[in-house]
Write a protein that binds this ligand. Structure first.
Ligand code: MTE
Length: 285
């Protein structure tokens, strides 16, 4: 499979997203990348959270081969001038692929450094011409219990749903990822297209997106609906506000022995702190 998929051009990427280990050749170096040591490819692709394929870390890598990612389309709805169903290749076509090396911090107090390949969410959202009523953007994962056996159990309310305030979604750090380590996104990491919001806990970075909806009121989101006192809407990485089960002061960088201090907004405070000026972050966690 890898040989058959090798050497494809950018235009063919979307049609070949099902090919594991397909190289994404023409990504440029994007802004905001950290120079910290990368988490190994093996850890990034085998230690995953993707409850649609099981709730332990190893299950997604074992089970996600059942997800078919071609063809793939994304429905765009709500407060925008250009709603519709868009083929993934049409969403991707005008976008320049960029490599963004970001920290990912999970609320379970582990972290990674991942070289994503993607493009800014704002460049895509602007093409749908959101109206002034678009105060939030809601994202949904595919619902298909045949392909996603974890959806046969009610661990979460399916489909997995996440949302951002519109200014968070439009922030230049926020990307849609279609690859990592220079290759097409493996299924277990959210193929063919997922969100990456590096200053928020990992659960905001929703995988395998099939719907984008512009809405006026703050939407419900999967984890915060399941357990609102544990998971807030904002979910900004914040070492001073502990989760009931996990202290957020420190984290275990996967592949490292000693724990390290967790940084406010996962180290992206300079870029994003102003989004929350005047807000009580212990209330809006
Ligand atoms: N998206 C969906 N659809 N389902 C999930 O279970 N898990 C989230 C997030 N996106 C999840 C999801 C959580 S808890 C984390 S920490 C990240 O994906 C993990 O991303 P990774 O497995 O690629 O490291």
């Amino acid at each position: 499979m890898a040989a058959a998929c090798a050497g494809i051009t950018a235009d063919l990427i979307a049609r070949n997203l099902a090919c594991a280990a397909t190289k994404l050749k023409n990504a440029i170096k994007g802004p905001y990348s950290t120079d910290e040591k990368l988490t190994s490819h093996n850890d990034v692709t085998s230690y995953c959270n993707f409850y649609e394929f099981g709730s332990d870390k190893k299950s997604p890598a074992r089970n996600a081969h059942t997800l078919e990612t071609t063809p793939w389309s994304v429905t765009v709805e709500g407060a925008c001038e250009k709603p519709g169903s868009y083929a993934l290749e049409d969403i991707m076509h005008p976008q320049q692929l960029e490599e963004r090396i970001y920290r990912l911090r999970c609320v379970e107090a582990w972290s990674m450094v991942i070289p994503w390949i993607g493009f800014p969410v704002r460049d895509v959202l602007k093409r749908f011409a959101p109206t002034s009523k678009a105060k939030y953007v809601k994202f949904e994962t595919l619902y298909n219990p045949e392909m996603m056996p974890g959806q046969r159990r009610s661990v979460l309310e399916w489909p997995y749903t996440e949302a951002l305030r519109i200014d968070e979604a439009m922030h230049p750090l926020t990307i849609f990822a279609v690859g990592l380590y220079g290759e097409v996104l493996p299924n277990q990491n959210g193929a063919p297209i997922r969100l990456v919001v590096p200053w928020k806990y990992g659960f905001k970075s929703i995988k395998s997106i099939v719907k984008i909806k512009f809405v006026e009121n703050q939407p419900e989101t999967s984890w915060s609906k399941l357990s609102p006192h544990e998971y807030g809407f904002y979910a900004n990485v914040n070492p001073s506000i502990d989760h009931p089960r996990w202290s957020q002061k420190r984290e275990r960088r996967i592949g490292e022995f000693l724990k390290r201090k967790t940084l406010m907004f996962n180290g992206y405070a300079e870029e994003v702190a102003s989004l929350y000026d005047g807000m009580d972050l212990s209330k809006y966690y």
